[in-house]
Design a protein around this ligand. Structure first.
Ligand code: 13P
Ligand code: SF4
Length: 312
């Protein structure tokens, strides 16, 4: 493994490449990445890098976002099959029909969408900035939000808005078991429950803190506790344990104990070996249709501009 890491580091320098990694990647990929972050941070990093090659260790929509922001750079994802069940729950043609059925609505899309969905969107959001971006619209604005119904319901509840919601979800975050979290709380008295807003409402009700992966990480480091129960993809525990070594972090279990649904199978398709091969061969490369990219860049840039103004 050490040899592989040395070879990746060497190729990276030779090719003037940057490795970006999401918190849901396996630990060894997070450790070799130049930058590890949530969806917003990865887009912000991609927008400002001067590297010739961006290796996006995450899922395809993250690679597409980087490519849309940097059309002249080579963007690689170690395994192009790294899709996203949430993005897949929102096919562009059906979403287009949904928008047409709600004339006069501003379209707000979660970043977990295809480039084609972003191309029909007014502003993109991530879980880090969704609340503030929604609140930047007047109270009476007619808003349509997709594709995550859990995040949409959560934002409606905390902002008092009544956004029309697309009925999509992430198979990982939908799977957390309320009963098992309650049992863990009994087993670890005083444990604090952290949950990502893509979780079902019943899990969010049980949570002490709701936030994006970056927000949950920040909270756990800023508020040292004996035990945290973490209801989001378990990859984040790697960075939590690094930054708060004295704390016990327990991943929240999924409903079906025979399935490791608190790991995103798509994210885990990327491996160190595939990372090495993709840097060596400069493939597989992310491609986005030029016309779609020219439309999709507008709502992504709008998100980045609002986020910069908000200091996010
Ligand atoms: P964030 O990175 O915005 O927390 O989103 C989580 C997620 O599901 C990424 O696929
Ligand atoms: Fe998509 Fe869910 Fe995996 Fe994130 S964790 S990439 S939302 S399937």
């Amino acid at each position: 493994m050490n040899q592989l890491i040395t070879a990746i580091e060497k190729l990276k320098k030779e090719k003037h490449a940057v490795i970006l990694g999401h918190y849901y990647q396996q630990g060894e990929i997070q450790d070799i990445a130049d930058f590890v972050g949530d969806s917003l941070a990865l887009a912000q990093w991609a927008a400002k890098t001067d590297a010739d090659i961006i290796v996006m260790c995450g899922v395809l929509f993250m690679g597409e976002t980087a490519k849309i922001l940097c059309p002249d750079k080579k963007v690689l994802v170690p395994d192009l099959n790294a899709g996203c069940s949430l993005a897949d729950s929102c096919p562009a043609d059906a979403f287009g029909a949904f928008i047409a059925a709600h004339p006069g609505h501003t379209v707000i899309s979660y970043v977990n969408t295809s480039a084609a969905v972003k191309a029909m969107t007014d502003v993109v959001v991530t879980s880090t900035n969704a609340r503030q971006i929604v609140e930047s619209f007047p109270k009476e604005a007619k808003l349509l939000f997709g594709p995550d119904r859990n995040l949409g319901n959560y934002i409606n509840a905390v902002t008092g808005r009544n956004m029309v919601l697309w009925d999509g979800a992430c198979h990982v975050h939908e799977q957390f078991s309320v009963e098992k979290i309650v049992k863990l709380k009994e087993q670890y008295p005083g444990a604090v429950v952290l949950a990502h807003p893509e979780c079902k409402g019943a899990v969010l009700k049980l949570a002490d803190v709701v936030g994006s992966t970056a927000a949950l990480l920040k909270y756990s480091v800023k508020h040292p506790r004996k035990t945290y129960i973490v209801a989001t993809e378990s990859g984040i525990l790697h960075e939590m344990r690094k930054q708060a070594p004295g704390t016990t972090f327990i991943p929240a279990p999924p409903n079906d104990s025979t399935c490791a649904c608190n790991e995103c199978g798509y994210m885990r398709l990327n491996t160190l070996d595939k990372l090495y091969k993709c840097l060596k061969d400069e493939t597989p490369e992310v491609q986005v249709d030029r016309e779609i990219a020219q439309k999709a860049v507008l709502p992504i840039n709008r998100m980045l501009e609002i986020s910069a103004k908000l200091g996010l």
